[in-house]
Structure formats: structure tokens, C-alpha cells
Design a protein around this ligand. Structure first.
Ligand SMILES: *Cc1c(COP(=O)(O)O)cnc(C)c1O
Length: 414
């Protein structure tokens, strides 16, 4: 008699992985070009796949896991709240949301906040607030919003319309009216786009998805003055640059140009979905009961996570350390650029948000090769490798990442 066939543990694991991949492929809509990597857990700077292979995470899940994976402060805040109260809707007061509102507006320099669940939703709220305020102050004709080439403001119908890129808009018409696009960061180009209907200018202080393109601070300052002259609201989309990413809590604080309306999301919840849209009291006053809302916005668990994120990032010395690590990363990327002058065209960014613009080698190929060597990186518009490590990154982590990236570029050149 044949002994009963026993699956080895490894075979079972492979079977599981195959199952997950096939469930995903058959049943999840195909909007994502998934990388062949099945992640099962994370700790600090590392994520682990189903075979327990470690990957150094220089993506933070696209600027979200700002404190790395399973940070004790976050685990504690979320598990405590999970044992207390999950959800109430916004019909009632909750402690985490009120505490978060106080801490977030204080750290951000605004009077009031509206909570949403994502970046796109925070931007939707900004668009609605800007229009409602401008109509009230200047008349019903106001409503047009100016945005910029290479911008990314989200995937909802309004925010994708605010995102002047064919690859995001194609096939989704009719798109709403009320957006004007400007192709360059010059005052003349913006002036040419202003009409009697214009109510706001919306911009990312550093364009993230579009290729990590920092907007010159002089331009942001000029834009501020232009908006004041024309009675336009200046909206900063800090969904990617916010929550300490640039070495300040918000990019506006390091550039020194304060917008009228500011949006955040990604890093704010440290991995839980939350978005925020902030303004000062006079502008915020047009959002009266019933004008806008969200069922989940400012949910107690997400809000508890965000409180832990703010407490950690705003603790003395934390942002200083982000700036120090940012300088180190920039310096070492510059060294790579010197070592491979024909392949690395430019290194640009701020804090712990860097783009490495490549030429002659494909950013997608470099991303895949890095992954095969245990380093996760992102790409962004214009053949760019994008590095967004968790803000807790150490000097050794940076050295390791640079060494892998250097090897990969060297091999890619051949
Ligand atoms: C990611 C991003 C968004 C969209 O955020 P979602 O949470 O994906 O809706 C909007 N603006 C900027 C600048 C972003 O980086």
C-alpha cells in the first residue's frame, strides 16, 4: 500500500500563494499593474513576503506608512480604540476626532478641518469649499479652478479633471467643466488663464506622481501674491508632501507660503485611511450644517491612528532627524549621479521625498531589479525612480538602499 501523500509545508505555502494570486487575478478589477509580490507582514522599515523574505521598504505604501510598519505607538492607539468604539457617523461627537482636530489644526496653522477618507476626497472638499466661498463673496459666476501640468489630484471625476494628464482622464468623459490648465510655473501663464470665473489655484508644492517635481518657492510666493490681487483662493494639495515628508509637518511651513486651503491624506493616518481639508475660520464658515459631509470621515479608529502619527512626528527632535536623513539620502543620491552621469539625469526633491530621473535605462526595469534584490522603490512620471522611505529610516537603511540601487543601475548599463 502506498503511504498517504503528505504536502510538505513548503508545498502548502506555494499552494496558498497560488490561490491568492489567482483569486486576485480572477476577482479584483484589473486597475492595478501588480508586481509579483505577495506581502504578509511588516515591521519597522521592512515588509515580508509569503516566504518570509524581507524587503527594505522605500515606498511607505506610497507615502502612507510614515512611521514604518506596526509602529508601537500606532498599534497601541488603534488596538485601544478598537476595544473602545469603532464608528458613530458624524451625527455625534467622538473623542479621537475632536482631539485630532485640535492637534492637526495647531500643527498645520489653520483654524478648522473637515475630515474625509482619502486624498481625492479631501481635494473634492477643497474644490467645494473654494467654490462655495467664492460664490458667496464674489457672485455665482465664480467657480473655475486653475491646475498645472504634471499635477495629480486624485481619481474621482472632479479630481481627475483637475489632473491634466491624458492617461488618467481618457475614456471617462464627459468630465465636469470648471478647470483650466497651466503648462508652466510662470506668472504670465497663470495670468493668461485667469478669467472672471476663476475662483482658485490648486497646486502641489512638490508634484509627486508627476515625477517628484518641486515647484520653485519663488513661484509659490508669486502665486500667493497673484491670488491676493485677484481675490483667488490658493489651495495646496499636500496629500503626498504632508505629515512630515518634506522635513516640516507641511511643505508650506518650510517654503513659507501659506495657502488658504490645504489638503492632506496619505501619511496622516500612518496606514489607515483618513483625509483632511483645512482652512481658516472666515473661509470655513461657508461650510454650514448639511453643505458637505462624509459617513466615515474622521472615524474613531482612523482618527486615533492620526493622533498617534502627529504626536510622534511633532515630538521634539523627530522632524530634525527627518531633515538629517533627507540630507544624507540626497547626498548619497548625488554620489550615484556622479558615478553614473550618463544614466542619472537629475536628483530632485526635499526631506524624504526624492526623485531620481533616469535616462537610457527604464525606471520600471530599475524598480523590478531593486525588488529582486530586496529593495522596494516607486516610479513616477517621466522615467523617474521615486523614493519615499518611512520617516523612521536609519542611516544604515539609507546606505543599504543606495548600495542596491547602485548595483542595479550598474547592471542595467551592462
Ligand atoms: C495620492 C494623491 C492624491 C489622491 O489620494 P487618494 O488617497 O489616492 O485619493 C491626491 N493628491 C496627491 C498630491 C496625491 O499624491
Amino acid at each position: 500500500m502506498m503511504p498517504e501523500m503528505k504536502w510538505t509545508e513548503q508545498e502548502e505555502m506555494m499552494e496558498d500563494q497560488y490561490e491568492v494570486a489567482s483569486q486576485d487575478q480572477q476577482h479584483v478589477m484589473g486597475t492595478y499593474a501588480r508586481q509579483p509580490l505577495h506581502l504578509v507582514r511588516g515591521e519597522g522599515m521592512y515588509v515580508y513576503d509569503a516566504d518570509d523574505i524581507a524587503y527594505l521598504d522605500f515606498t511607505s505604501g506610497i507615502a502612507v506608512s510614515s512611521l514604518g510598519h506596526c509602529h508601537p505607538a500606532l498599534v497601541n492607539a488603534v488596538t485601544t480604540q478598537a476595544n473602545t468604539l469603532w464608528h458613530t457617523s458624524n451625527l455625534y461627537l467622538t473623542t479621537p476626532q475632536a482631539n485630532l482636530a485640535a492637534k492637526l489644526t495647531e500643527a498645520s496653522g489653520f483654524d478648522r478641518v473637515f475630515f474625509a477618507n482619502s486624498g481625492a476626497e479631501a481635494n473634492e472638499a477643497a474644490i467645494k469649499l473654494a467654490r462655495r466661498y467664492s460664490k458667496k463673496i464674489y457672485g455665482a459666476h465664480k467657480g473655475e479652478i486653475i491646475t498645472f501640468t504634471h499635477a495629480f489630484h486624485g481619481r474621482t471625476i472632479a479630481t481627475v479633471t483637475a489632473t491634466p494628464q491624458v492617461k488618467y482622464q481618457e475614456g471617462f468623459g464627459p468630465l465636469p467643466s470648471g478647470f483650466r490648465y497651466v503648462e508652466e510655473f510662470t506668472l504670465d501663464a497663470v495670468k493668461a488663464a485667469i478669467s472672471a470665473k476663476t475662483c482658485a489655484v490648486m497646486i502641489e508644492p512638490i508634484q509627486g506622481e508627476g515625477g517628484v517635481r518641486p515647484v520653485p518657492p519663488e513661484f509659490l510666493l508669486a502665486l500667493r501674491q497673484l491670488c491676493d490681487m485677484h481675490g483667488l483662493l490658493l489651495i495646496f494639495d499636500e496629500v503626498q508632501t504632508g505629515a512630515g515628508r518634506t522635513g516640516s509637518w507641511l511643505a508650506w511651513q518650510c517654503v513659507g507660503v501659506k495657502p488658504d486651503i490645504l489638503t492632506m491624506a496619505k501619511g496622516l493616518g500612518g496606514g489607515l485611511p483618513i483625509g483632511a481639508m483645512m482652512a481658516d475660520a472666515v473661509i470655513a464658515s461657508v461650510f454650514t450644517p448639511g453643505t458637505h459631509g462624509s459617513t466615515f470621515g474622521g472615524n474613531p479608529i482612523a482618527a486615533s491612528a492620526a493622533v498617534a502619527v502627529i504626536d510622534t512626528i511633532m515630538a521634539p527632535g523627530f522632524l530634525e532627524q527627518v531633515r538629517r536623513r533627507g540630507q544624507q539620502l540626497y547626498g548619497q543620491l548625488q554620489d550615484l549621479a556622479l558615478r553614473f552621469p550618463d544614466s542619472v539625469q537629475e536628483v530632485r526633491g526635499m526631506g524624504l521625498m526624492w526623485g531620481v530621473v533616469l535616462q537610457g535605462i527604464d525606471a520600471g526595469h530599475v524598480m523590478n531589479a531593486c525588488r529582486e534584490q530586496g529593495l522596494l522603490v516607486l516610479t513616477a512620471g517621466g522615467n523617474t525612480i521615486r523614493l519615499l522611505p518611512p520617516l523612521i529610516v536609519s542611516s544604515t537603511d539609507i546606505e543599504k538602499a543606495i548600495s542596491i540601487l547602485g548595483n542595479v543601475i550598474k547592471e542595467a548599463i551592462g
